[in-house]
Ligand binder design. Structure first.
Ligand SMILES: Nc1ncnc2c1ncn2[C@@H]1O[C@H](COP(=O)(O)OP(=O)(O)OP(=O)(O)O)[C@@H](O)[C@H]1O
Length: 252
């Protein structure tokens, strides 16, 4: 069974069909890219997959479970996590607390237990600190655990966003332009990090990216969007050499 099965979803804003008849299948552990010109509808697809928008039609299934029409929280709990084009960390919280924010789905304690610091709360806090530190170690961020997120270098903030998304223990990770604003060294390191996440967490990943070096370096398959529609879908190299793709996007 595929990990993600999207069938013929679409959404219009006013008269504009931002996404039209979009379908995509991702196998478990696949690392796939979504590319296309500015305004093609890529972020709108992430918003549809994560419940920010409800599709006008079509269906979305994750690991066999129907997610169409579910809320953002329900979809996150079902196993879709994302990062954003513009970094959205809790900038004044510590690096460790940012990751712990992602863990909260899995460690329920009541507000009263928290205020009174009852034993269950203390035990869960300890376990959350352990899990969050473990995740930071994967990204070599453990030495910054107590640093405020806003004081991290840019590339490390991007890594922290991914760590926080992984803390929710997703089945599918969506990365929206993870290399945006990065220098070539940071991008090279990011490519390694994404591949590490894929292997270490056996993660299924869909990423939006304009950096062709990253896309051709790590994506196994690509979907090219143009004016809200799929222009081409297939193996990365085959797609990147497709004359229509070159004309619509790469030849810009
Ligand atoms: N909430 C909204 N209301 C109205 N129009 C919207 C809304 N969200 C997206 N759009 C429009 O839908 C189209 C697709 O936008 P989207 O942001 O998905 O493109 P994109 O491929 O992610 O672009 P970029 O590469 O620049 O980030 C654009 O024309 C955009 O203006």
């Amino acid at each position: 069974m595929a990990m993600l099965e999207v069938k013929n979803i679409g959404i219009s804003f006013g008269g504009l069909k931002a996404v039209d008849n979009f379908s995509l299948t991702l196998e478990e552990n696949e690392l796939s890219g979504l590319i296309g010109p500015n305004g093609a509808g890529k972020t709108t697809i992430f918003n549809l997959l994560t419940g920010v928008y409800r599709p006008d039609k079509g269906s979305i299934r994750l690991d066999g479970r129907e997610l169409t029409g579910k809320s953002i929280i329900e979809i996150n709990q079902a196993g879709i996590a994302r990062t954003f084009q513009n970094i959205r960390l809790f900038s004044n919280l510590s690096v460790l607390d940012n990751v712990k924010a992602g863990l909260h789905n899995h460690y329920p304690y009541t507000t009263l237990e928290g205020i009174l610091r009852l034993p269950r709360f203390r035990a869960q806090e300890k376990e959350m600190n352990r899990r969050a530190t473990e995740l930071l170690e994967v990204f070599h961020l453990e030495q910054f655990a107590d640093t405020r997120a806003k004081n991290l270098p840019y590339g490390s903030q991007r890594k922290l966003e991914i760590a926080r998304a992984l803390a929710t223990e997703p089945k599918l990770l969506l990365l929206d332009e993870p290399a945006a604003g990065m220098n070539p060294n940071e991008t090279a390191e990011l490519m390694e990090t994404i591949q590490l996440v894929q292997k270490r967490f056996h993660m299924t990943i869909l990423l939006i990216e304009h950096d062709m070096k990253l896309v051709s370096g790590i994506c196994e398959r690509l979907t090219v969007l143009n004016f809200g529609k799929v222009l081409k879908q297939g193996e990365t190299q085959e797609v990147l050499h497709d004359p229509e793709v070159v004309k619509a996007y790469l030849g810009e």
